[in-house]
Design a protein around this ligand. Structure first.
Ligand SMILES: [Mn+2]
Length: 473
């Protein structure tokens, strides 16, 4: 049987990587039981027709197995580790081919105690009766909410607030710092992301439907990896931040914004944004705005280093943007005062970036503020700056995105103008000439190193010359 295995989901790293990760988690001082649930298959339009399976990232990180219906348990008090999961039966083999046993699979990640999935109910109820603390992470899928409700008797509405902040903090502290083998996987995701975006430079031209390019990009992400790291954004309406619509026919004079990335076969992610002129050449007006965003993007790479707060790097990008817009006559006054009042957020409506790893917004399921903020840093409640997902002090091994943008969102401009909002910093008469401009965002993925940072992956064309040349080829 062993030699006949025709279907196994590959374990990415060596056994010792997973053993070390769990040992590191055990050293965080938690007491009681850590329950880490894998994901289940999720129906698309009927039970047997499921979405492409995506394992939970924290389960992948500690238990490595890319199969549905598994749960991992770590007993923090005696060090024991379990995987709960079922061996396949003859019906499964008929449809899916021969499979390794759960015991064989679990041993690949260094876990020796394997029990049938249904034993999880008995195991957890025994721990509850012994008054032991059960640490679990905030669930984001309905199936796991129901399972936790059944296991723990906590109502579905309360699961988030009763999840373990201690476990969340411990997981975030480990997953935030990427090891060399993780960086190597992120380089693979970057290479796929590079290929996806290069097809935009080659394909964008008047008369082409957005869907043709978006479909090609997604195809490439499956050709070399596990598919897109999030639904591909490709739109001539870049001013709509997460535009999922791909049915526009591109016209000369428009800007095409592509924000997309890939998951490597190990599920590590990349995330890039580029903007191309559909005609192959930027207009003067487009060049001027593009160049401000490019400088803001470049500035991040020049100043990001251990010890710096990403909030300050975000504000430095805001300053490049405000200064550039003042020079162009769209804003006025002193850039520092304008930023202090939030005037730049009419254009730069979001944060500079987010952490990247096994998730494209890494660990967002655990709570954005646990990932991006810490005890010394409270999240702003202001429009714009409050959207910054990641603000805390940079450390070597962190991977973050650098994605400044300038957008002309007609509804927002009209609202601010009607309120005469911050008119001491904004030339509304000039801004109105840009209502049909669209939006520009430029995004790269950066790794914080011991003394600064470096880009992950080969850099996509980004200067005006590089972009126009790439479109010619
Ligand atoms: Mn991003």
């Amino acid at each position: 049987m062993k030699n006949m295995i025709i279907f196994t989901k590959k374990i990415m790293f060596t056994q010792s990587v997973y053993i070390n990760r769990r040992n590191n988690l055990k050293s965080k001082g938690l007491k009681g039981i850590g329950l880490i649930l894998g994901n289940t298959e999720s129906p698309m339009n009927y039970a047997a027709n499921t979405y492409k399976f995506r394992q939970d990232s924290t389960f992948l990180y500690f238990f490595g197995l890319n199969l549905s219906n598994l749960a991992g348990v770590i007993d923090f008090d005696n060090g024991e580790e379990y995987i709960f999961g079922d061996d396949v039966e003859i019906d499964d083999i008929i449809w899916m081919g021969p499979q390794p046993t759960m015991k064989e699979l679990a041993s690949q990640v260094g876990v020796n105690k394997v029990l049938p999935f249904n034993n999880l109910y008995e195991y957890i109820s025994k721990q509850v009766n012994l008054n032991r603390e059960i640490h679990f992470l905030p669930p984001y899928r309905a199936e796991n909410k129901i399972l936790l409700n059944e296991l723990l008797g906590i109502s579905i509405k309360e699961l988030k607030t009763k999840s373990s902040v201690e476990l969340v903090r411990a997981v975030v502290s480990l997953r935030s710092i990427k090891s060399d083998e993780e960086i190597a996987e992120m380089e693979i995701a970057a290479e796929i992301g590079y290929k996806m975006h290069m097809c935009v430079f080659k394909m964008a031209k008047p008369g082409i439907k957005e869907q043709e390019i978006a479909g090609m990009m997604d195809g490439i992400s499956y050709q070399y990896g596990e598919g897109p790291s999030f639904p591909t954004i490709l739109s001539v309406h870049g001013e709509t931040l997460h535009n999922p619509y791909h049915n526009n026919i591109m016209q000369s004079g428009q800007l095409l914004l592509a924000d997309a990335g890939a998951q490597a076969n190990s599920f590590y992610a990349s995330d890039y944004t580029r903007v191309t002129p559909v005609s192959g050449k930027f207009t003067q007006k487009q060049k001027e705005i593009y160049e401000i965003v490019r400088r803001a993007n470049q500035n991040t790479i020049e100043i990001s280093a251990p010890g710096q707060k990403y909030l300050d790097i975000h504000l430095a990008a805001a300053k490049v943007i405000a200064s550039g817009l003042i020079e162009l006559g769209l804003m006025k006054g002193n850039p520092d005062e304008a930023i202090a009042k939030g005037a730049h957020t009419l254009f730069f409506v979001h944060g500079l970036g987010h952490m990247l790893g096994l998730d494209v917004h890494d660990m967002e399921d655990l709570g954005e503020n646990y990932v991006g903020y810490d005890n010394e840093l409270n999240r702003s409640t202001e429009f714009g700056t409050g959207s910054l997902r990641f603000a805390r002090t940079l450390k070597p091994g962190m991977v973050v995105t650098d994605e400044p943008g300038i957008y002309f969102i007609p509804a927002l401009i009209e609202k601010w103008k009607a309120e005469n909002k911050l008119s001491e910093f904004i030339n509304y008469n000039q801004v109105e000439k840009y209502l049909d401009f669209g939006g520009i965002r430029l995004e790269d993925d950066i790794l914080i190193t011991d003394n600064g940072c470096r880009l992950i992956g080969k850099r996509l064309p980004i200067t005006i010359d590089e972009v126009e040349n790439a479109m010619k080829e």
